[in-house]
Design a protein. Structure first.
Length: 279
């Protein structure tokens, strides 16, 4: 907004949730949208305030809030299939990567069987039930919960269950796992899918819910909006481990998306900045 009308080039970066498309209304992200015109009214109120300021500054008015995003380049940090604004024109897509060696390595339990890697948030409201379900699974389970309370996990430690409350080398662990369990954060979801591993998403925030719905729609994972019971979730996790059809679909998706691995997102952004500055 501050840059609007300045003539300076702008680069916008995001996962698509907060990057609307120029000349389109802002999307209604409510899980159960209603035909009540609420989003249109909210956008109109914001526009009125913005245009009053722009008029005082003798800058051009905007017709839609998304017109502020009529920028030189938009980088979307996910796959085109997960862009919440479909058919976005002129967008560049790239995946964020974690530098190797910057975090604690994952040390798998000794259990001989399929592997589950879980990356959890301590504020997830059903964390105790989720941890218990993971610990009951007939699998080698490693849970990473940065800044979590060790007391939540310690009672479940066994030859098949290990945990860390530090940041871990998630990307390399994905390569060794058979299933990823998380909250639908787009960064970790992208890492899992690029590694060819299905996802079980238990969202905390709205954008994670939208990502989980997209995962399920594409057949690349499972959305769990609420844990009904520990036993039910345990059964679901073990079913996903045995779901070869889903695994093959994820592996095919990963193969199609390999070009996104060829150049890191930071290199793409640096190249675009250099190109703009040289014009």
């Amino acid at each position: 907004l501050a840059n609007h009308g300045s003539g300076r080039p702008v680069i916008v970066l995001g996962t698509s949730f907060a990057e609307p498309v120029p000349q389109r209304p802002v999307a209604d992200w409510r899980p159960w949208p209603a035909s009540d015109g609420l989003i249109a009214r909210q956008e109109q109120r914001v526009l009125e305030s913005i245009n009053q300021v722009l008029q005082r500054q003798q800058k051009p008015a905007i017709k839609l809030l998304a017109d502020l995003y009529d920028v030189d380049t938009t980088f979307i940090t996910t796959f085109p299939e997960f862009d919440l604004y479909p058919n976005r024109p002129k967008a560049l897509y790239g995946i964020t990567r974690t530098p190797h060696g910057a975090r604690e390595p994952v040390v798998w339990p000794a259990h001989d069987g399929p592997r589950i890697i879980a990356y959890l948030k301590p504020q997830y409201p059903q964390l105790p039930q989720l941890v218990e379900a993971l610990a009951r699974c007939n699998a080698s389970v490693f849970v990473a919960c940065p800044h979590g309370n060790p007391a939540t996990f310690q009672p479940h430690v066994s030859s098949s269950f290990a945990f860390s409350t530090q940041l871990v080398e998630l990307e390399s662990a994905m390569q060794q796992a058979d299933l990823f369990v998380g909250h639908g954060n787009m960064g970790s979801v992208a890492q899992s899918l690029l590694a060819g591993k299905p996802v079980v998403a238990l969202p905390v925030y709205l954008e994670q819910l939208l990502t989980g719905k997209k995962l399920q729609e594409l057949g690349l994972g499972t959305l769990v909006e609420k844990i009904d019971s520990v036993s039910h979730l345990q059964a679901l996790l073990e079913q996903r481990l045995a779901d070869t059809a889903c695994r093959k679909k994820v592996e095919a998706f990963a193969q199609r998306c390999q070009p996104l691995r060829e150049k890191s997102l930071d290199a793409l952004i640096a190249d675009r900045c250099a190109a703009i500055l040289s014009d």
